[in-house]
Ligand binder design. Structure first.
Ligand code: GRF
Length: 202
């Protein structure tokens, strides 16, 4: 981290979402009801339609949908636009919360150590976009969630926190997702507390 955050001078966080943003909503609620060492000052999405944007707007946070541009280098162009917004807002911590794009190594290197993700499995088990489906297909009786630093791989960065969540007989993907999200919504703010106050030794 660039510095230690305090409740008086919280780290300036950006949250990136792609979908409904229940994790973003939980984080915003936590930050507004606790003396907190991180504050969300920017919400970005890779679509103007993402429902998660509504949570940022409702909280009075600067909120922008940045759709993927057309053209052959659209991925890099898109990341350039994201990076420019992050710099414009003096962002110190980038929080991926259901952000469904894999970031290029170039983008990761710009934000390494300041870029975190939450994934709905006990990594390294079940990385990728279908963690619940994969856990059920494997017959897992326990799954969970992982907060990790983002590196150049897919869901492979250093693990900061994990919590187990039981898989129950007859669970659908939606059942498991809901049960895991309830745990994620408590775990992510706590991991960000610890990260922003220098609580992890790297
Ligand atoms: C969460 O389960 C998170 O672990 C995964 O995407 C989901 C996002 O859900 N990366 P929401 O958009 O916050 O509701």
């Amino acid at each position: 981290m660039p510095r230690v955050g305090t409740p008086d001078e919280p780290l300036r966080a950006a949250v990136l979402v792609s979908g409904g943003g229940s994790g973003l909503a939980a984080l915003l609620a936590y930050q507004s009801s606790n003396p907190c060492s991180h504050r969300t000052v920017l919400v970005l999405s890779d679509s103007s339609e993402a429902r998660g944007l509504e949570h940022g707007l409702a909280a009075g946070v600067k909120t922008i949908g940045i759709p993927i541009p057309e053209g052959p280098s659209s991925r890099r162009e898109h990341e350039k636009l994201i990076h420019e917004e992050l710099e414009r807002e003096d962002i110190e911590l980038v929080v991926l919360s259901g952000y469904m794009r894999i970031l290029t190594p170039d983008f990761v290197s710009l934000w390494k150590g300041r870029l975190v993700n939450i994934h709905p499995s006990l990594l390294p088990e079940f990385p990728g976009a279908h963690a619940h489906r994969d856990a059920l297909a494997a017959g897992a009786t326990v799954s969970g969630c992982t907060v990790h630093l983002v590196d150049e791989g897919v869901d492979s960065g250093r693990i900061l926190e994990q919590r187990e969540v039981p898989v129950l007989r007859g669970d659908t993907e939606a059942d498991l997702q809901d049960r895991i999200k309830a745990v994620e919504h408590k775990l992510y703010p706590l991991a960000l507390d610890r990260l922003s106050t220098g609580g992890y030794s790297f």
